[in-house]
Design a protein around this ligand. Structure first.
Ligand SMILES: [Zn+2]
Ligand SMILES: [Zn+2]
Length: 181
């Protein structure tokens, strides 16, 4: 029978096929060399399988991490979006954020008007002037109370602020890249 030595490559056409037969050229025992070769192949196959499995697990993990990152990015975008929509947009300077309340006049002027009006009224001599002052004080107080509703830009003080969730507000937010269309 024909036997090829796995060690030196000699083709032995007169091999007997005996269990302990050796290669006539290099002396290697066919069975042992074949066994070693098979074991080597099996080990290589096993290592390749393990590597493929490891890569598969790693790819699955990477995909999961990517998905997680995508989701948290989406949540952050969503939060930024609702925050932008809930904010005030200044049409003068483009500031996006909280508007601040701006009360007209000063507390001191209000008190001064009331006190001097009352004082002049009780002195009788300047009764009419005192009453006029009280009227002014009254108007001043009303004006201050009404002005409480006024909101101005926290950055530039402009009164041209609009809600973020309005057509023009959305337009401005989109222009600033705070709102994806
Ligand atoms: Zn040989
Ligand atoms: Zn502003």
């Amino acid at each position: 029978m024909e036997k090829t030595c796995l060690k030196c490559g000699l083709v032995n056409e007169e091999a007997a096929g005996a269990p302990a037969e050796a290669c006539p050229k290099c002396g290697a025992i066919y069975a042992k060399v074949e066994q070693a070769s098979a074991a080597k192949q099996a080990a290589a196959q096993k290592a390749a399988n393990e590597k493929a499995e490891k890569e598969r697990v790693e790819a699955t993990r990477a995909a999961a991490r990517e998905e997680q990152a995508r989701q948290s990015q989406q949540r952050a975008d969503e939060q930024a979006r609702s925050a932008a929509l809930a904010s005030a947009v200044c049409m003068a300077c483009g500031h996006v954020g909280n508007a601040k309340r701006k009360v007209g006049g000063t507390f001191l002027a209000e008190i001064g008007l009331w006190v001097s009006g009352l004082f002049l009224t009780v002195t009788i001599v300047f009764l009419h002037f005192g009453m006029l002052l009280l009227f002014v004080a009254f108007c001043y107080s009303i004006w201050r109370v009404l002005s409480r509703r006024r909101r101005v830009c926290a950055k530039c003080g402009s009164e041209t602020i609009i809600p973020g969730d309005s057509p023009r507000g959305r337009e401005e937010l989109a222009r600033q890249g705070l709102l994806r269309p």
